[in-house]
Design a protein. Structure first.
Length: 121
């Protein structure tokens, strides 16, 4: 049996069902549902307000700023990605400060042995 395109009525019904499904997906909830409801905790678009709220939730739960490993897997912790925070605030430290969290101190780069002046050796 050869494939033939659906009749216009069936195609119109399929299109309307698709648009209804997409419309429901785009209008994401503004309030965070309870844990375990299947909601990943990530809005479709991160704004300054949602970034701050997510970082404050993380701080409330863990008592500290996210680690480098947690920034690499943000969906597992319900936080925005590193890049999303940088887009909204210019830097992750600025995003953390906006959420009322002290950013961790910057780590100094390790010096190679060749970079150390010979007179100090």
């Amino acid at each position: 049996m050869r494939w033939s395109p659906p009749d216009p009525a069936t195609q119109a019904l399929a299109q309307s069902l698709l648009y209804e499904a997409l419309e429901g997906a785009v209008s994401a909830p503004t309030e965070k549902p309870k844990r375990g409801s299947g909601w990943t905790g990530r809005p479709l678009v991160w704004t300054k307000d949602t970034v701050v709220a997510a970082l404050q939730d993380f701080f409330t739960q863990y008592g500290r700023a996210p680690t480098a490993g947690e920034w690499q897997r943000p969906s597992a912790y319900g936080i925005p990605g590193y890049a999303s925070v940088k887009v909204e605030f210019g830097s992750v430290a600025a995003g953390l400060r906006a959420a009322g969290i002290d950013p961790p101190p910057r780590r100094r780069a390790h010096r190679k042995r060749n970079d150390i002046p010979k007179e100090t050796l």
